[in-house]
Design a protein around this ligand. Structure first.
Ligand code: NI
Length: 255
């Protein structure tokens, strides 16, 4: 049994084939999925999916840092109401993404702080996206006391030093497909050191497809490859890692 703690089932790469995507996940032993929103529309769609497949799917709602140019206070108010509905287990994904040139860092930071406060109001753990923005993410999480309802550093790409700061604030560390890549020196180091009760696995599907399927569309069934890699790094049985990461996911999402 495995919990894919971060997927985008609303994505056009997965949504039209959702029944088969879920069937393949089940066959692979992936029984629970957190389907994560990136804007208002995708948040709403993920909640609908979770309502339609309550045995398998939960939803998280929020606005991704790359989508903040399109939001306003009204959208945030609607998200807060949506976050209070029964199938929503987290607020995300939110964060900072400095990967592309000409990103409006101030606007991203403003909406990260605002959404942290809304997540607190909704009583939900937060799901953090951090791309090329490690120090600012840590600073804002600390300044906003963002760990109060717990949270997840999704597809963790920082150093062990950063991981330690996040763990101290109560954040879980989640690994995706990049853990399986040949050049994954730093993620492998972090995955070897993070306390076992604070580690999660995810796909971020349809993105970040694990080895040996790189280049193909990712889907929740493939979270097993990241879990296998984690088991190998920790020198443990796959079943043991599956059990531990599933229990961790249920704890952070209060299921
Ligand atoms: Ni994502």
């Amino acid at each position: 049994m495995l919990f894919d703690t971060h997927a985008h089932l609303d994505d056009p790469a997965l949504y039209p084939d959702i029944d088969n995507v879920l069937k393949r996940a089940k066959e692979a032993g992936v029984t629970l999925i957190n389907s994560v929103g990136c804007d208002w529309r995708s948040s709403l769609l993920n909640v609908h999916l979770a309502e339609k497949h309550p045995e398998m799917i939960y939803a998280s709602v929020g606005v991704h840092p790359s989508e903040v140019a399109d939001i306003d206070e009204q959208v945030l108010a609607k998200l807060l109401e949506l976050a209070k509905t029964p199938r929503v287990i987290g607020w995300g994904e939110i964060g900072l993404d400095y990967h592309y040139e000409n990103t409006n860092k101030e606007l991203q930071q403003k909406y990260l702080r605002l959404q942290i406060s809304l997540a607190k109001e909704a009583g939900k753990p937060i799901i953090i996206h951090d791309r090329d923005s490690h120090q600012d993410v840590v600073d804002i999480l600390q300044e906003e006391h963002a760990g109060i309802n717990g949270g997840i550093l999704h597809c963790f790409s920082g150093s062990w030093e950063m991981a330690k700061q996040c763990l101290k604030m109560g954040f879980f560390i989640s690994f995706a497909g990049p853990l399986t890549y040949k050049n994954a020196r730093v993620p492998v180091e972090v995955a070897g050191k993070v306390p076992l009760d604070m580690v999660l696995v995810e796909t971020d599907s349809p993105y970040l497809t694990p080895h040996p399927f790189r280049g193909k569309t990712n889907e929740p069934a493939r979270v097993i490859y990241t879990a296998e890699k984690l088991a190998q790094i920790r020198g443990m049985d796959y079943e043991e890692i599956a059990e531990i990461t599933t229990a961790n996911a249920k704890r952070i999402f209060r299921l």
